[in-house]
Design a protein around this ligand. Structure first.
Ligand SMILES: Nc1ncnc2c1ncn2[C@@H]1O[C@H](COP(=O)(O)OP(=O)(O)O)[C@@H](O)[C@H]1O
Ligand SMILES: [Mg+2]
Length: 240
């Protein structure tokens, strides 16, 4: 869907309501880097205790603890304020950890927690900018998450301008179909490449994320309440 993948030394954001699968995608991104591409990874989490993170990763088939023992992974569990200070400081915990394992991939969960530092949108935007630039001082590719306030319906790109700073935006959505909830994944923005514009089904399984075919024959997926598209043309052909 990304026409070749994430851009080297860039930042991608995964947006979505709680439970849509943001953390799962991030953990898989880091895990696949380690297992398949010899790219050590760093997870910075403001939300979950490492213990909980390990447990969540196991449920989608990845053993973060083993990668950590192998010195292919580090996790930092801290507050946004502390981390913002560290990231601007040469020789701080961020610098040391990246260098220690030669990390190539970084996952930050979640940027929404930076809102705890300030309520002022202008200042928040500056903080996000400082934060992301701090990340990109190294030869790494970063994936960050941002929580959507709405479960379905409204989509906002206002959120402190993160969408304008990042190179790639991946949107996760809940979709109600025939009285059950499904997940959708959309690439909204991907700099410097032609990306897949379709809205695809996404599954979370015990062996990771699976991206399926597009939602065919339905309109209004982004509203969260799609309706079946009338296939008048087909019917006309049928009765010819
Ligand atoms: N093995 C699995 N099979 C199916 N669903 C799973 C599995 N493991 C976790 N999930 C689902 O993934 C969701 C959590 O995703 P998560 O990435 O934590 O969401 P977010 O970070 O967007 O809040 C939960 O709804 C959980 O039920
Ligand atoms: Mg999460």
């Amino acid at each position: 869907m990304l026409g070749g993948g994430l851009l080297y030394n860039s930042v991608a954001v995964i947006k979505g309501a709680p439970g849509t699968g943001k953390s799962c995608i991030g953990m898989e991104y880091i895990s696949r880097g380690i297992i398949q591409h010899e790219e050590p990874g760093l997870i910075i989490t403001f939300e979950e205790f490492p213990r909980q993170l390990y447990r969540d990763a196991v449920s989608i088939g990845f053993d973060l603890r083993a990668y950590e023992k192998d010195n292919k992974l580090r996790t930092i569990f801290t507050t946004p304020g502390v981390f913002l200070r560290e990231i601007q400081q040469p020789g701080g915990i961020f610098d040391r950890t990246i260098e220690e394992i030669s990390a190539k991939r970084v996952f930050v969960d979640s940027m929404t927690q930076l809102e705890r530092i300030t309520q002022d949108p202008v200042q928040l935007r500056e903080i996000m900018y400082t934060f992301l630039n701090g990340l990109l001082r190294y030869e790494i590719t970063a994936l960050v998450t941002q929580e959507d306030a709405f479960i379905t319906g409204n989509m906002s790109v206002a959120e402190a301008g993160l969408s304008y700073i990042v190179d790639t935006i991946i949107q996760l959505r809940y979709v109600e179909i025939s009285s059950s909830i499904e997940r959708a994944l959309i690439v909204l923005k991907h700099r410097a490449s032609d990306h897949d514009k379709s809205i695809r089904r996404m599954l979370i399984t015990s062996s990771g994320i699976e991206i399926k075919t597009a939602f065919e024959g339905r309109e209004g997926i982004l509203s969260g309440n799609p309706y079946v598209t009338r296939r008048l043309k087909r019917a006309e052909e049928f009765f010819k």
